[in-house]
Every structure is written in C-alpha cells, then in structure tokens.
Design a protein around this ligand. Structure first.
Ligand code: GLP
Length: 263
C-alpha cells in the first residue's frame, strides 16, 4: 500500500486527480470506478479543470459508481446519480451511455445487482477504482461485518452511517436504510485502487485500516489484501498514523523507489 500524505484537502484533491488523469492518458478507454461523498468533490473539480485546461478526454471512458440508496430515483436530488451528474458528468465529455450508477428504484434489486456485476465484467473489469471511507471503516456501503467475498447487493446501513449522511437530508428519518453497493469482492478485483480521505474525523479509522489488522469490522482493511493500492490523505486524516516517517521517505524518494521496485 502506498500512502501519500499531503498538506491540505486541496493538495489531496490535486494529487488524486493527477493519478486518475495519468491512468486515463495511459488508457483512453479506461473503466473507472467512482465514489460519492464530500471527499471526492475536490478531486472531481480538479479533473474538470484538467479536462478544460489540458483537454483530458473522457469520451471513451466507462464508469461504474460504487453505490446508490435504495428507493431513490436517478433524478432525486439526494441520489448519488444526481450527485455524479452535478459534480462530474455534466462538466466533462463523458458519453452518458458509458456511465453506470446503480439504480436505486429498481423493481428487482437482486436481479439488478447481478446485471450490474455483468456490465462490469462486459466492460473488461474496473481499471481504477476511486474510494472514500466512512467513519465506521466502510468502503462503498460495505458496513462492518460485510464479507470480503461479497458482490454487488443490497446492504442495510449502520446507525453511524445514517447519522453521518443525514446532513444531506432534511432529517435522519429521511435517510434510506438500505443501499445497493458493490461488494468487497467486486472492489478487490479492480486493477488499481485509489482511496482518498481528509479531516480529523477520519484519522482513527485511517490509522486502523492502514496499520491495524485485516478485519471485516473495518471493511477498508480488506485493501491490505490488494497489490496496487494508493491512499492519498490530508495531514489531518493522517495524524494518527504511526509510520508517517516511512511513508514520507518513500514519497520523497519516488524515483529511486520506482527504479528499485518497478512502480
Ligand atoms: C458514503 C458513501 C461512501 C463514502 C462515505 C464517506 O457512505 N457510500 O462511498 O466513502 O460516505 O463520505 P464522505 O466523503 O462524505 O465523508
């Protein structure tokens, strides 16, 4: 796991957008896995900027979002589909026919989840998966206790997640209790994973998933089982890590490290 500690939310956003842009330049028809939440908003803003100023081309990109609230139609203002259009899709030249966000108001969630997995497979699998992290350690909506072998499915949300996400709704009672989410197994199949986190409120869980044991109680810790994970943090989210000096040394000697380990 490569851990990059940056000095601010803005720098975290620039560094992560650069990583995404460089993967798109290497493979113009990349399949991108995308996340929602406050964390990636700055990264998406930076990507829009790179698209406008440097002509980064999304026309052949395919994208799959991690999750969506059950019961919310794609046009609902609190849906992740709406979030993605507002924060990214409407501002870049992505072909909307190549965009997949789980459909929250599907009539048959079980069949739909199988179909979603099939579409990922038909697109050749996810090349780069962007992730945030919840305060209970979840990635996508894989709440504590989720199986590391899980696939896209409906998951009941934990109280802490309902509380955290209630800021987007008029009250906690309006937050849907269920979500369609890619599984841990689905996420681990992505060729490369980029997790971003900022703010002091994420510091405990960031230290736990990077330096603590692999446990389904903190589902992000499953990323320790993947061979190509980059974590980009601001200094607040990194503040409880024990091995900061090592991560910074690796970051500051990138050329040497790349020469020696081939990455
Ligand atoms: C939601 C999403 C996650 C996201 C998390 C953190 O629960 N399902 O994908 O990582 O929130 O959100 P934020 O970035 O707003 O802290």
């Amino acid at each position: 796991m490569e851990v990059i500690i940056t000095s601010s939310y803005e720098e975290m956003s620039r560094v992560s957008a650069k990583i995404i842009a460089s993967e798109i330049r290497k493979k113009h028809d990349l399949t991108l896995g995308l996340a929602t939440g406050d964390t990636p908003i700055g990264t998406y803003e930076e990507l829009v900027k790179i698209h406008q100023e440097e002509g980064l081309d999304f026309s052949k990109i395919k994208s799959f979002n991690l999750d969506e609230y059950v019961g919310l139609a794609p046009l609902h203002k609190n849906s992740y589909n709406y979030f993605m259009r507002e924060n990214l899709f409407n501002k870049i030249n992505i072909n909307i026919a190549n965009v997949y966000v789980p459909q929250g108001n599907t009539e048959d969630p079980e069949e739909y989840c199988k179909w979603y997995e099939k579409q990922i497979e038909n697109c050749g699998g996810i090349d780069l998966q962007v992730l945030g992290i919840g305060r209970d350690g979840h990635i996508a909506f894989n709440e504590p206790g989720s199986s590391f072998a899980s696939r896209t499915r409906v998951k009941a949300l934990h109280k802490q997640t309902l509380e955290d996400n209630s800021r987007f709704f008029s009250s906690i009672d309006d937050v849907p209790r269920f979500a369609i989410t890619m599984g841990i197994g689905t996420i681990l199949e992505a060729r490369r994973i980029l997790l971003i986190a900022n703010g002091e409120r994420k510091a405990d869980v960031v230290a736990a998933f990077i330096e603590g044991p692999v446990t389904s109680q903190i589902t992000a810790s499953a990323l320790q089982l993947h061979t190509d994970v980059t974590v980009v943090l601001d200094n607040e989210a990194a503040s409880k890590l024990a091995r900061t000096e090592y991560y910074n040394w690796v970051r500051d000697h990138k050329h040497l490290v790349q020469k020696m380990v081939g990455r």
